[in-house]
Design a protein around this ligand. Structure first.
Ligand SMILES: NC(=O)C1=CN([C@@H]2O[C@H](COP(=O)(O)OP(=O)(O)OC[C@H]3O[C@@H](n4cnc5c(N)ncnc54)[C@H](O)[C@@H]3O)[C@@H](O)[C@H]2O)C=CC1
Ligand SMILES: O=C([O-])CC(=O)C(=O)O
Length: 312
């Protein structure tokens, strides 16, 4: 198994670190545009292998796409992160061209790969990859729901005083401060609906904190988060390469599912060796469907920017 991570910055390096520790690949290529940067990060990580006991061989390269040839999974994290006070959507001007050119270069050497898009604004960057790569839709996934659902579980666990591992809780919609939809009415603790365990006030607090989870960390750190984003991406990689068939909410192309078409939005899917194998229908209430449609409108407006600026 060979995996490539493009972008050796905070998220890319953390994702690579998780992939290596879990030995999800024999060979892991870390690629960055900054001279020597990926090489340095790869050597640093390789120097943990004697301590941590993993066998994955990590190699860093500067823009050398030939080294990525025949990767079965490629994670794209290249691009600017936001700074405090910014939205993810403000990154589109720089990141669209980066994601487009990285995708083109990757496909020259790994034409049948599975791509996981992390760069923001993720819903629109994933749509860009769908429009430009020519890959079957099952092989193109956006990372957002894995992270947002983990944050949702974290905030729920804080209110409930329970283990996040005992929770089932899913976020769908867009991966944006105002477009994500934590499905509080579907969340359970050991099969008990959390709505039976938390007051309406507590539920609203958890939902609000989840939605601005990324912005909260960006304000505290000065740049956006990387530990949970790296782990969320590695969890997707793991379900794919081990064919685990886990239910993880991911950005995928919708073709009528959840009432939407010609768009990438986050919905619950089964992830296995071919990418996403199935989209789960969560049977949204009318209010939840209305929120989903509102998110779709906002994401569609961002996607239109790609058309207006000639990127697609
Ligand atoms: N979807 C999600 O849930 C999340 C998305 N993100 C996004 O991931 C992206 C990366 O974030 P960080 O790692 O924190 O940023 P970072 O600045 O630490 O790393 C980005 C890396 O991309 C590299 N890069 C830029 N252009 C490139 C190109 N053309 N080819 C190869 N490498 C290139 C840079 O040299 C840099 O090392 C950002 O767009 C951020 O908003 C971050 C966290 C979560
Ligand atoms: O907040 C950001 O800009 C990065 C990101 O997508 C997240 O951490 O959810």
């Amino acid at each position: 198994m060979k995996i490539t991570v493009v972008g050796a910055g905070a998220v890319g390096a953390t994702c690579a670190d998780n992939i290596a520790r879990k030995e999800l690949a024999e060979e892991l290529i870390l690629l960055d545009i900054r001279e020597g940067f990926a090489e340095g990060k790869a050597i640093d990580m390789m120097q943990t292998s004697a301590l941590l006991g993993f066998d994955t061989k990590i190699k860093g390269v500067t823009n050398d796409y030939a080294a990525t040839a025949d990767s079965e999974v490629v994670v794209i994290t290249s691009g600017l992160p936001r700074k405090p006070g910014m939205t993810r959507e403000e990154l589109i001007g720089t990141n669209a061209n980066i994601v487009k050119s990285v995708t083109e270069n990757i496909l020259k050497y790994s034409p049948n790969t599975i791509i996981i898009v992390v760069s923001n604004p993720m819903d629109t960057m994933n749509y860009l990859t769908l429009k430009t790569s020519g890959l079957p839709k099952n092989r193109i996934l956006g990372m957002g729901g894995a992270l947002d659902s983990a944050r949702f579980k974290y905030y729920l666990s804080q209110e409930l005083g329970c283990s996040p591992a005992d929770l089932n809780a899913v976020v769908i919609g867009g991966h944006g401060d105002t477009t994500m939809i934590p499905l509080i009415n579907h969340a359970t603790w050991n099969s008990i609906p959390v709505t039976q365990l938390l007051s309406k006030e507590q539920q609203d607090k958890v939902v609000a904190a989840t939605m601005v989870g990324g912005a909260t960390l960006t304000k505290l750190i000065g740049t956006s988060a990387w530990y949970a984003p790296g782990a969320g991406t590695a969890a997707m990689v793991e379900s794919i390469v081990r064919d685990e068939k886990k239910l993880i909410s991911c950005g995928v192309a919708l073709d009528g599912e959840y009432g939407q078409k010609d768009i990438s939005l986050v919905v619950p899917v089964i992830l296995g060796k071919g990418g996403f194998e199935k989209i789960l229908d969560f049977k949204l209430s009318d209010a939840e469907q209305a929120e989903f449609n509102k998110s779709a409108d906002a994401v569609r407006n961002m996607n239109q920017v790609l058309v207006d600026t000639g990127v697609i």
